[in-house]
Ligand binder design. Structure first.
Ligand code: UGA
Length: 446
């Protein structure tokens, strides 16, 4: 059955959710306070790069099932199902999450709810938030306890946002069993097509649902830092971390995914989520349980320093006056997101330490320029590598993975390449006469 749905927040999460819910046949209103973003979305333009989402957006604008507004009262009149997909960034100068955007949605929406309604939170929040928001919504809404707050965490990955929304591994729904009457039935209707595909549907209490999300991201971050710790050991021992990852990954209990050693994790989620998780654990008296996440964070940040050192070695010991080509600025391929991007951070550190750095990324140039205006931004791979003493591959875009050494032979000043993501064919570069270096593999093993 088709429902009328409002989605608050039109960033990665909200815009994807709104467009995909319309694609499932629902009538959807996307709500945001940012008029410029709304104008773009209404015109069928995405304010960020996400493969495949533009088609879903255009299709559902055209069929009239998807619209955008800045009016909360329009949303409250239109829908009885509300999704909250606003950001929960790291607070300035603290580890904890900034919940002001989530709070603002409830403060503005609840007083307008005169009919029974369900508010599903999708944002990543510290455990305990949903219960607090439920109390607040019931207190503010004219419909009182007929307004339910449930938590339905989102597990989508940038670059696969549409696929992950329409075909998730699982759907988790946290409900407050003291008050929830409609939440589960409404979720089953909204996601009926997904449930028909036998996607696992887990109904939990609110706290468990909130924790599922943070635990999942903490686990993924830990897995990446584990393999990066092994990379450090491999470098010291003269072993090869990629072969090690392949070998341990064959054990189904371990699994090969998220075992790619390199310059570590970044983006708008994993780094801030593990920090917010540690902060929240401290508040609820469970800080000891998560002290290992501090080490996960440390290992991750050390990768960036390690890459700077590798670059310094590659140019002969001093960065001052060297020319470095950086291929990749986004925190991962198929994204233009540079939030806490290891690649851009490394480019910045190299520049600050005296290198002349030229950056190229297929999609993240505009965002990089805004965040780090003092770097040189090149128009192409060849342009970035022109006259370079060393080429660093820091985001594993397919354009870089498929790069042929011969295309750069006559462009660079020194034929040295450092693979920061273990994504290149080492043998090919070595055979072409290049000095090939990588993270997690000592020169001996290479
Ligand atoms: C992550 C989670 O994977 C999603 O499930 C979650 O929904 C999302 O955060 C979120 O909380 O919204 P995302 O930030 O899009 O998704 O990116 P990931 O694919 O998890 O990659 C994160 C970082 O880890 C990237 O910088 C990537 O390069 C790095 N990474 C990933 C590695 O260094 N090694 C790996 O093996 C895998």
């Amino acid at each position: 059955m088709s429902r009328r749905i409002a989605v608050f927040g039109t960033g990665y999460l909200g815009a994807t959710h709104a467009a995909c819910m319309a694609d499932l046949g629902h009538e959807v209103l996307g709500v945001d306070v940012d008029e410029a973003k709304l104008a773009k979305l209404s015109a069928g333009e995405l304010p960020f790069y996400e493969p495949g989402l533009d088609d879903v957006l255009e299709r559902n604008l055209a069929n009239g099932r998807l619209r955008f507004t800045s009016s909360y009262s329009e949303a409250a009149d239109f829908a009885d199902v509300h999704f909250v997909g606003v950001g929960t960034p790291q607070r300035k100068g603290e580890f904890a999450a900034d919940l002001s955007y989530v709070d603002a949605v409830i403060e503005n929406l609840a007083p307008l709810l005169h009919r029974p309604a369900v508010i599903f939170g999708k944002s990543t929040v510290p455990v305990g938030t949903a219960e607090r928001l439920g109390e607040r919504a019931r207190a503010l809404a004219p419909a009182g306890s007929e307004v339910e707050v449930a938590w339905n965490p989102e597990f989508l990955r940038e670059g696969f946002a549409v696929q992950d929304t329409l075909h998730p591994d699982r759907i988790v729904l946290g409900v407050d069993r003291r008050f929830a009457v409609r939440s589960e039935d409404v979720a089953r209707e909204v996601y009926s097509q997904l449930l028909d595909e036998d996607i696992p549907f887990l109904v939990t209490d609110l706290a468990t649902a909130e924790l599922v999300k943070t635990a999942a991201n903490a686990f993924l971050a830990t897995k990446i830092s584990f393999i990066n710790a092994m990379a450090e050991v491999c470098e010291a021992a003269g072993a090869d971390v990629t072969v090690l990852a392949d070998a341990i990954g064959h054990d189904a209990r371990i699994g090969r995914r998220f075992l790619n050693a390199g310059i570590g994790f970044g983006g708008g989620c994993l780094p801030k989520d593990i920090r917010a998780f540690m902060a929240r654990a401290g508040e609820i008296g469970a800080d000891e349980a998560l002290t290992f996440l501090r080490e996960v964070d440390n290992i991750n940040m050390r990768r960036r320093t390690r890459m700077v050192e590798l670059a310094r070695e590659a140019v002969g010991g001093s960065l001052i006056g060297s020319r470095i080509a950086v291929l990749g600025a986004a925190f991962k391929p198929d994204s233009d997101d540079v939030r806490d991007s290891p690649a851009l951070n490394i480019a910045g550190q190299l520049q600050l330490q005296g290198a002349s750095v030229s950056v190229f990324d297929p999609k993240a140039m505009d965002n990089s320029r805004k965040l780090f205006p003092t770097l040189n931004y090149a128009a192409s791979i060849e342009d970035a590598c022109s006259g370079a003493d060393v080429v660093l591959v820091l985001t594993e875009w397919s354009q870089f993975r498929e790069l042929k050494p011969t295309s750069l032979d006559s462009v660079v000043r020194g034929k040295t390449i450092v693979d920061g993501r273990n994504c290149l064919n080492a043998a090919m570069w070595i055979q072409s006469g290049w000095d090939f270096r990588a993270v997690g593999v000592s020169k001996r093993a290479g």
